[in-house]
Ligand binder design. Structure first.
Ligand code: TYD
Ligand code: MG
Length: 458
């Protein structure tokens, strides 16, 4: 094949350059240029062309959405409930899903189990660029999957993968992992940004043209993003992250982007000797089993996706030997922690500027919503004072810079979940508290200011 025309694109700002250079002249970023293929316009498939010719049947037409509505989103239930949930209710034909996660977290296992669950109903093709076919077969056997309907291919060249897929006509194509895939069009090494981007673009185009659902496995960089340019996230229909602590057997699949469902939807799995098992009712698994109340531990009700989840937040506040005390947030945003500590000092009267502060969300899950603010401050204060919080206490609420406690969405649902799990007291934003200040056996204290909230627990 003739070498394609290439250009260089900056991974930071996206500007194009005709030749490689060490620094992007547009944004000033160093070493950020990577090679891309400039495809000639006539090679573009009909569906992506801007205009059309009169009389060309395949050219785009203007349609009323009524006529389109019935044809989109043909969904297939996979049969793994938690995966269906994160995908927004099943597998969509022609969709491209990127699954990211640390090595060893279980991405390959999950996708193999997905093919197993689909079995004869929906034919699949598992393309492996990392493991040998024997390894894939051994794993499938260990997982107890029916081997006959599982087809696999060890290949890394995207052109040949597409050739095989076009011949085999699977309904689901899994590419594990996109970082090992390369295209003949580029000379860059596999795994480089340009190769990943171009290969993903080819596979995406293939999915759209054929209606085959494609799953791409992506490795995660040190910074926590999927390796490769951010453009990979824009190219695909859904980005799912597979997360979990190495010591914990629980794994959380999170929808980071989904064109066909809710973002931040969570699916919870447990890793066992027989592969990943669903945890269909996960609301209490992120609570650690303390014998009694412990300083530095607070329980919150988070609502990630479409269901409430009880999660324990732990804090350790300790005299710091450093001039710049450490602030470490695991499973939370670092800047948010710094802000909360400032609010605690100014409006809660607790000065922790000479203390190291560590905050961790139990179970390796990430909490991104602001409802975590109040329980985080409770945990910090409890550790700072070395006094446990009242037994069976639960909290949620956003904390503002002026010390006000702001309401969060779905308060009633969160309170109900906590009451169901036997909590006896809840400290929540006033606007989220019910009028009769009780939910089941649980007392609900509605607060408007941080000082009030701290008064309610000490
Ligand atoms: P894997 O799917 O290979 O992870 P990834 O593709 O994300 O790198 O997961 C491998 C890990 O899962 C490995 O540490 C072993 C563990 N595992 C089990 O505990 N039980 C099983 O049945 C399987 C297949 C794997
Ligand atoms: Mg793998």
């Amino acid at each position: 094949m003739a070498k394609a025309k290439t250009a260089y694109v900056c991974n930071e700002c996206g500007s194009e350059h005709t030749k490689w250079q060490g620094q992007c002249t547009d944004c000033g970023a160093w070493n950020s240029l990577s090679e891309i293929v400039v495809s000639p316009a006539k090679a573009a498939p009909a569906a992506t062309r801007r205009g059309g010719y009169a009389g060309d049947a395949s050219a785009p037409r203007v349609l009323s959405l009524v006529d389109v509505a019935q044809t989109v989103e043909a969904r297939t239930s996979i049969g793994i409930g938690e995966l269906d949930r994160v995908l927004g209710g099943g597998l969509v034909d022609g969709s491209v899903v990127l699954i990211g996660g640390d090595p060893g977290i279980g991405k390959s296992t999950l996708l193999l189990q997905m093919l197993g669950a689909l079995g004869e109903r929906l034919s699949g093709l598992y393309v492996t660029g990392e493991e040998s076919l024997a390894q894939v077969a051994a794993r499938a056997q260990r997982l107890g999957l029916p081997l006959a309907p599982l087809r696999a291919l060890a290949e890394t060249c995207v052109e040949r993968i597409i050739e095989h897929a076009a011949a085999q006509k699977p309904r689901v194509l899994i590419v594990d992992s996109i970082q090992t895939i390369w295209t003949e069009l580029l000379t860059a090494a596999p795994g480089s940004v340009s190769q990943v981007r171009e290969s993903a673009a080819k596979l995406t185009r293939f999915a759209k043209e054929t209606g085959i659902s494609v799953f791409l496995v992506g490795h995660v960089t040190k910074e926590g993003g999927i390796a490769g340019p951010r453009v990979l996230e824009h190219m695909v229909d859904a980005v799912l992250y597979f997360e979990g602590e190495s010591g914990s057997r629980f794994r959380v699949l999170r929808a980071f982007k989904n064109r066909f469902g809710a973002v931040n939807e969570l699916g919870v799995f447990a890793m066992s000797e027989k592969g990943l098992r669903e945890v269909p009712n996960p609301s209490a698994i992120f609570l650690s089993a303390h014998a009694g109340p412990t300083p530095g531990s607070a329980v919150m009700v988070t609502r990630e996706g479409t269901r409430p989840l009880l999660v324990e937040v732990q804090a350790l506040v300790d005299q710091s030997p450093l001039a710049n005390p450490r602030r470490v947030a695991l499973g939370l945003e670092q800047n948010r922690l710094a802000m909360l500590l400032a609010v605690l000092h100014r409006h809660g009267g607790a000065a922790v500027y000479d203390q190291d502060v560590f905050v961790n969300v139990v179970g390796g899950i990430r909490v991104q919503e602001t409802a975590a603010d109040l329980p985080i401050l409770f945990a910090i204060l409890s550790s700072f004072r070395d006094r446990p919080l009242p037994d069976k206490l639960v909290a949620f609420g956003e904390v503002g810079l002026s010390g006000e406690i702001r309401p969060v969405p779905n308060g009633e649902e969160r309170l109900k979940e906590a009451a169901t799990h036997g909590f006896l007291k809840a400290v929540v934003p006033k606007a989220n508290a019910p009028k009769k200040s009780r939910v089941g056996d649980m007392d609900v204290v509605g607060v408007e200011r941080l000082s009030e909230a701290l008064g309610a627990i000490l």
